[in-house]
Design a protein around this ligand. Structure first.
Ligand SMILES: [Fe+2]
Length: 177
């Protein structure tokens, strides 16, 4: 039995309606891996024109989450440590791989952050990782890499933070929408 994007959306709605916390999100992550195992879905994402670097596959009005397809552009494969503010995010690998680092902030809030690496690993095609509200991660992949990203809300509408692990500098990413 094949599993389609629209069936996945139905399942995401069910999971997040039942439990919008970590348990519901974990079901979303597991079902994304199920979708990433579908050759038709992978062929569809590989064939998409994602010249802008990102394409919205689905936006769920009531629950507010987004399903995005990303294609890494030349020179944009490294994302310094950042969080997704008050949102969660799930990253699912379609092609190539992504080197993920999860960071722990060891000092309390303020202008300077002291970060240490909590986990570092590689996502390969078919795998999906979850990053809860406020979690800090950095991302590295090669130009042309395609991933699916699901965000709890439209990240352009909330404040997020980016960190320079060398200097501790914290930059606010402000709302753009
Ligand atoms: Fe991220």
């Amino acid at each position: 039995m094949s599993y389609s994007l629209s069936e996945f959306v139905t399942d995401v709605n069910e999971s997040l309606t039942r439990d919008s916390g970590p348990a519901g999100r974990e079901q979303v992550r597991a079902n994304l891996e199920r979708l990433l195992a579908e050759p038709d879905f992978i062929a569809h994402i590989r064939g998409l024109d994602i010249a802008e670097g990102v394409k919205v596959l689905h936006k769920e009005k009531g629950l507010g989450y987004l399903i995005l397809a990303h294609a890494t552009r030349e020179g944009a494969g490294r994302h310094a440590p950042h969080n997704h503010g008050a949102s969660w995010a799930i990253y699912g690998q379609v092609t190539n791989h992504t080197d993920m680092t999860e960071w722990e902030r060891v000092n309390a809030g303020g202008d300077k952050a002291e970060l240490k690496v909590a986990r570092a690993y590689r996502l390969t095609p078919g795998q999906a990782g979850i990053y809860q509200n406020g979690a800090i991660h950095s991302v590295e992949n090669e130009p042309g890499t395609r991933i699916i990203r699901i965000t709890g809300v439209d990240l352009d509408t909330i404040e997020r933070e980016r960190f320079d692990p060398a200097t501790g500098q914290v930059s606010k990413l402000v709302k753009t929408a």
